[in-house]
Design a protein around this ligand. Sequence first.
Ligand SMILES: Cc1ncc(COP(=O)(O)O)c(C=O)c1O
Length: 441
Amino acid sequence: MCPVETATDQAVPEVMTQSDYYKIADTVLPGGGLGGYSLPEDVRFVIKKGLGSRLQDVNGNWHIDYVGGAGALIIGHAFPSVVDAVSEAAPKGIHFFGTLNHYAIKLAEELVNAIPCAEKIAYATTGSEATFYAMRIARAYTGRDKVLKCEGGYHGNHDYSTFSVSPRAVSNFPVGQPDTAGMPANLTENVLISPYNDLDAVREIVKSNKDELAAIIVEPAQRIIFPKDGYLEGLREICSDNDILLIFDEVVTGFRLAYGGAQTYFGVKPDLASYGKIVGGGGPVACVGGSKEIMEQCNPVNRGKDNYAYINGTLHGNPVGCAAGLATLEELRSPGFYDQLHSRSEEIQRRCQEVLDNHKIPALAIGRGSLWQIVFMEKEPENFGDFIQADMAATRELDLCQMRHGLYVLPSVRRFVSSVHTDQDLEDTVKALDAACKDVK
Ligand SMILES: Cc1ncc(COP(=O)(O)O)c(C=O)c1O
């Protein structure tokens, strides 16, 4: 079943075909795509529109969307109250700069109410910018340079993040491996790497770098790997004992695992946290939050002082993005929202595991909440070292086959379930996986 097209949709003739679009895209975009994914010809498509849980391509085919705008769209595409909020905000001005607007103030107030560690937030435009600022504020506050991150942890596209996200060689902890060309060589000494879920390794690295470490930054649930009991509490304790700031990168987990984020879900409070994606409801909104004392580092009154941390950006507090964020958060506050979302996602995950088992495909549907993924492994990974034992080629192939049967998933990437995935989506997903399993066999 596909979302119903309106009369207006049908009245608009498609003037360009998908191959017309590809011709232009292949000429003007590197790899003919957007960003880091290179999809085979037979599965890539050009989106005409998104509605609820599905996307329609310009050829008229519908795809069940588990990419969800990289996780930003927890209530699906074009959710009516979000569209209304954007339609109300946009005619009053799409963009301002330098001084306040209603939507930016109201969203900041809601974020401070909801995020346990945040007495103040500072806006950013993307999750990458928010983690970059969190690290900068931590360095300004402590007067130290080094940051510890986990192998396999992703904190965005900037130079302090693109270390050992997917290292190509066996890791020599705590030395990081750049994930991209173009990284300044001397940065390696300032970004240290630990395996995820390993407190002993963290203790060891902290012991040797105690006076130089500004912060530990961690995805509370790293990609599709959840923390072992006591891991986040252990990081909290190590940071407090050594005057190091603990940063949670909540760009994915924020308002996805629970209202407020992983801090609420796991009950562990970091010193700083970065948010993106859901807080902007699909618009260009992200933020970093922390205590009044720590966030004072970026009070512009201190501009010119030694410990002032510069935060500023053209789109910060963008009114249309903040309006979309406010409308999204209002939906998430509906009673039972997270229980329903999680049980829908767990049902999809469970039914997909049954399909894999029926076909004797040696893969697991792993994950929690509304995040899950199929990986060719025998047991759940605890860290990146475990994760790369998975048969990645098989994972990619099975994902591509599911794309050919109508799912929009990115190969080898976790899936984001939204609150508008329906019973019909569940049944169609199971059918698509069943057909994909037959293909790969
Ligand atoms: C945990 C995490 N942090 C940071 C980012 C970067 O966010 P953005 O792509 O908005 O820059 C991402 C993006 O997926 C992410 O997953």
